[in-house]
Design a protein around this ligand. Structure first.
Ligand SMILES: *Cc1c(COP(=O)(O)O)cnc(C)c1O
Length: 372
């Protein structure tokens, strides 16, 4: 699905020397590269504060802790996403309130959010799924009307632009109160292990976030509240510092591959290519299609024999996950998520896909429907 080796080869000299610098300094924790990368990231995103942490799941947890969410508070999130989003809500004793998504963009449906709000709702966690933004104008309007926090899960969309109805362009993750991202190796901006970050324009929140990541400590060895230990390693920051300047070019490469797939599969009777949301650019964390009246397991088996990877993101919506079964949700309550889980599939998507590979992949997929 990804080719991290070839991507590394192209920037090997810079990456290796950046890593060597850390090793020679032995400042493995909180080395100067961490602050340097945080500043570089804040500049890129045009946001006041970017704060590193250990991974994207921690980033979401830290955001909810920094906002002071308390057990019993309800947090609304998408039912069709990676589990981390709901997991931290549950771990903190908050109540995950799941809502359905849009059948075209796979992203959270603002009208469904509106219907899910109660007197206990404290926050909304929209997920910019697969690389394009959710309708943030509508979500911020709902949040303002009801006095809710918005935490953007930007793990899959870093670098995408949101064209707001106010005429301005914002980087995804910088519109809500806090944005969260992951530097997991296969993410659009990946490091060589685990990493994550939070962004905010609010000085006070930034201070809370830093304290949460650092054992609830603002003054050394004075602990004001129970925090956690979640840091971005200096080595990872040193790698990310080299990779961030390439992020926009990576998005161009991903879009080139997506356009190739689009041309090959548009108007196919058994496939629906991913729809673009007009207010967002797409950074194609995944290229995810819908299969229509065809055997998805059969396609998966066929592509496996061809040596073409295919993945299903996500095969089970959250309300049907064993750990998240809840009497308030029944099968059939989230028709769009359930429909998507049964028919979506994702093809290889990364920065190094060349013409030959794209031709081989698309030919293999098309061949399945001829033989089936
Ligand atoms: C990857 C991902 C996360 C979690 O990131 P980790 O760094 O793996 O903890 C959270 N949310 C979404 C939508 C993701 O894709």
């Amino acid at each position: 699905m990804v080719d991290l080796k070839s991507q590394y080869e192209k920037i090997k000299t810079e990456i290796d020397s950046s890593i060597q610098e850390v090793i020679h300094s032995t400042q493995f924790i909180k080395g100067p590269q961490v602050a340097a990368f945080e500043n570089q990231l804040a500049d890129y995103l045009n946001v006041k504060h970017a704060i590193g942490c250990a991974n994207g799941t921690d980033a979401l947890q830290i955001a909810m802790m920094a906002l002071g969410l308390k057990p019993g508070d309800e947090v609304i999130t998408a039912n069709f996403t990676f589990i981390a989003t709901a997991e931290v809500i549950a771990l903190l004793g908050l109540t995950p309130v799941l809502v359905d998504v849009d059948p075209d963009t796979y992203n959270i449906d603002p009208e469904a959010i509106r219907r899910a709000i109660t007197s206990r709702t404290k926050a909304i966690v929209p997920v910019h799924l697969f690389g394009q933004c959710v309708p943030m104008d509508e979500i911020m309007e709902i949040a303002q009307q009801h006095g809710l926090y918005v935490i953007e899960d930007n793990a899959q969309a870093i670098g995408s632009d949101y064209h707001s109805k106010d005429g301005k362009i914002y980087k995804s993750g910088t519109i809500g109160h806090i944005g969260c991202t992951s530097f997991f190796p296969s993410k659009n901006l990946g490091c060589f292990g685990d990493g994550g970050a939070l962004f905010t324009n609010d000085d006070q929140l930034a201070e809370e976030i830093r304290a949460v990541t650092n054992h609830g400590m603002k003054i050394r060895y004075y602990h004001d509240f129970v925090g956690i230990n979640s840091r971005l390693d200096t080595l990872q920051a040193a790698i990310l510092k080299v990779k961030l300047p390439h992020l926009d070019a990576y998005a161009v490469a991903r879009n080139r591959a997506a356009s190739f797939y689009d041309r090959a599969f548009a108007n196919h009777p058994h496939m629906e290519i991913p729809k673009r949301f007009e207010q967002s650019t797409h950074v194609f964390h995944q290229y995810t299609l819908k299969l229509k009246n065809a055997d998805r397991d059969g396609l998966l088996k066929f592509l496996t024999t061809k040596g073409v990877p295919m993945m299903i993101y996500y095969p089970v919506p959250l309300h049907q996950q064993k750990a998240y079964r809840n009497p308030r949700y029944q099968d059939g309550d989230f028709p769009v998520s359930e429909m998507l889980s049964s028919c979506v599939f994702s093809l290889p998507m990364h920065t190094e896909l060349d013409q030959d590979q794209l031709e081989y992949i698309t030919q293999s997929v098309l061949e399945f429907f001829k033989t089936a």
